[in-house]
Design a protein around this ligand. Sequence first.
Ligand code: ADE
Ligand code: ZN
Length: 336
Amino acid sequence: MPITREFTSGLPKAELHVHIEGTLEPDLKLKLAQRNHIDIGQQTVEEVQKTYDYDDLASFLAVYYPAMDVLQKEQDFYDLAFAYLERAATNNVRHVEMFFDPQAHTSRGIAFETVLHGLHRAIVDARALNIDAALIMCFLRDFTSESARQTLVEALPYKDQLVGVGLDSDEHNNPPLKFARQFADAAAAGLHLTAHADIDQKDSIEHIRQALEIIGVERLDHGTNIVEDPDLVDFVSKNQIGLTSCPLSNAFISPEMKGKEVLELLAKGVKVSIHSDDPAYFGGYIADNYYAIASKFDLTKEQVVQLAKNSFESSWISKEQKALYLKELDEYVATH
Ligand code: ADE
Ligand code: ZN
């Protein structure tokens, strides 16, 4: 029987690859622009959507970063994160580890604390929605390593409000190794490590190798080009490294949305899982991403369930929490 949209919506799951700034929906963007007296050049949702014209990482980021101007006050970051968590709860997301990009805000004069306090307050309040969430602070890889160092210094007094650090933005000529020192310092402070290895980059395999063998990441965000190197596939399989794939964002770059690669990795026992990346920009939240890959590639129920299992297993929660979520997943599968 084909997988239904309802099945993917109700499936208990963890969201491990969502950029909170990428959940800024056009209507909230317009509302914040008005509230903060910022002229973004568009007046309607349709006009905003017309600017969403991209076909690779660089052209996407050129639309994505300027839009963040509407985020000015702590309440704006709160509203952004709370709205996302409400939506995630309706997708039966049980646990979220969300990325945020402090440098995208501090570089335009917004204090680090303004960003963190707003996001953290939303996470605390969303517990009433029966969803638990944590923050992953990303370094912008097209900024200098000195800027990453300063960002980590600002963040460390609040390290209890972070679960890990990541690496995002424009990968072209910005290898993980550029941030080796900052990753080592973050790990020494007890933070988990992940890094983007965006799809079909100039140096995809070399960047994946650096992230795994030198930086020592525990997850790779995207990372599906790894199938080109069987030794690296063996490495992630043996070391239970999670790969967080995002079909709808992949579809903007590669029409096959890396579905074959996800299935190949799944068959090899790699902890690959499905996520939403920047859902307000790529046309769907996490359940839509599950449905997109399941319907396009005729996934079996067992494959879809394994993807959800992998999301909990590669999350940074305790083994006791994992056991509870996995039991909930088993119960869902037994009754649907
Ligand atoms: N920032 C937001 N989405 C991103 C992605 N997919 N890759 C790199 N940086 C990002
Ligand atoms: Zn991403």
